[in-house]
Ligand binder design. Structure first.
Ligand SMILES: NC(=O)c1ccc[n+]([C@@H]2O[C@H](COP(=O)([O-])OP(=O)(O)OC[C@H]3O[C@@H](n4cnc5c(N)ncnc54)[C@H](OP(=O)(O)O)[C@@H]3O)[C@@H](O)[C@H]2O)c1
Length: 345
């Protein structure tokens, strides 16, 4: 059994890791941390009542390293970098769910996150944890930067196009219109995410300034082998989980041919489902699962192609993908414990 620890386990991604790992046949959770909460984890996660004896403890890398060999960091950005440094020093493998190691250039991180990067030396060896693009590098990594939820939905939907013959002549910027459920903001209460503020309402936010923008541009530029710019607009919608991204490509491409290309591209990928012509993704078809659904439509009349993707932000957009990365780093079967059927309705 692989002994794992969940650092920052009282939040939504930590809770989702618990849900997914408690009955994992190859993994044992040997520590879970919170700085504010004490006692049995089920007091904070009532869905786990009587399912575990795990209790919260403080994040003490020296102590936790004695109990666990694989570390999930579920901390806010900036709080994760020092923990990553400490656990790596103790010889542990780390998947960091925060943004601290996603951007290769620390100056870009410092500009967008408005914080000093205190673990710059780790950036060059940190591997961006999108298995569909970086599986071989993830296999050898000791530090994996788990992708952001919006970037996962956008990059999986756009990268195959940028790596194809149709990339030529795509006008920039690519327009990404994404909608996220409220759990994307984490468990920390802020007035904007209260039921009374978010329910019965849809709002755009951080247009052109959202911190996932440079991450999406970094990865799409690598895929295209040239500089890619995106216009990224996130929206908050009144549902618990899920992200739907609608992507506008300024070039008409035959949807059937492009779908064939996507199906080939993702042929051996267990967690990407490319839909047949005419079908479109829906967040309820992926909720609770590690699947990303992708659909494509050509809008011939105005010479555009529209790509739509759907994920569960807490699973393929966070904790499920983190477990997928752990499996790859450990040489385990990738789908172990992750072949979850979507919750329906
Ligand atoms: N929510 C999503 O859909 C999603 C998707 C992809 C990636 N992420 C990223 O994953 C990370 C965790 O997200 P989340 O949604 O789980 O957040 P969350 O619900 O707010 O939980 C954050 C966790 O970090 C702990 N924490 C907060 N401030 C801390 C500090 N200064 N030092 C140490 N621990 C601290 C909290 O524990 P205590 O306060 O109890 O100590 C809590 O356990 C974030 O970096 C987020 O950006 C989230």
């Amino acid at each position: 059994m692989l002994k794992t620890a969940i650092i920052g386990g009282s939040g939504y991604t930590g809770g989702e890791l618990l849900r997914l790992l408690l009955y994992h046949t190859e993994v044992e959770i040997s520590a879970i941390t919170s700085e504010k909460s004490v006692g049995n984890v089920a007091q904070l996660f009532p869905n786990l009542k009587e399912k575990t004896d795990l209790c919260f403890e403080k994040n003490n890398p020296a102590l936790i390293s004695k109990k666990a060999d694989f570390i999930f960091l579920c901390l806010p950005h900036c709080a994760a970098m020092d923990s990553a440094k400490a656990y790596l020093k103790h010889g542990k493998k780390v998947v960091d769910l925060s943004a601290d190691f996603r951007l290769k250039d620390y100056k870009v991180y410092e500009k967008w996150y408005k914080e000093k990067h205190t673990a710059k030396a780790l950036l060059k060896d940190a591997v961006y944890g999108l298995p569909e693009l970086y599986r071989d590098k993830i296999k050898k990594a000791v530090l994996v930067a788990n992708p952001g939820c919006y970037p996962t939905s956008a990059i999986l939907a756009i990268a195959p196009l940028l790596k194809s013959k149709w990339a030529k002549g795509v006008d920039l910027p690519i327009i990404i219109d994404s909608k996220s459920g409220v759990s994307g903001a984490g468990r920390g209460a802020e007035a904007a995410y209260l039921f009374t503020e978010a329910n019965e309402s849809v709002r755009a936010y951080k247009i052109g300034t959202h911190r996932h923008t440079p991450e999406i541009e970094q990865e799409l530029s690598k895929a295209a082998n040239k500089n890619i710019r995106v216009s990224f607009t996130p929206h908050l919608i009144p549902m618990n989980r899920g992200i739907l991204s609608t992507i506008y490509i300024k070039k008409a491409i035959n949807a059937e041919l492009l779908l064939d290309h996507y199906k080939n591209f993702y042929e051996n990928e267990p967690f990407v489902r490319v839909l047949d012509s005419g079908a479109l993704p829906d967040t309820k078809n992926v909720r609770g699962s590690n699947i990303c659904e992708i659909g494509i439509v050509e809008d011939k009349r105005i010479g555009m192609t529209v790509i739509v993707s759907a994920i569960d932000n807490l699973v393929k957009g966070a904790s499920g993908q983190a477990i997928q990365n752990m499996h790859i780093m450990q040489g385990c079967e990738e789908g172990c414990g992750l072949n979850l059927l979507p919750i329906f309705p």
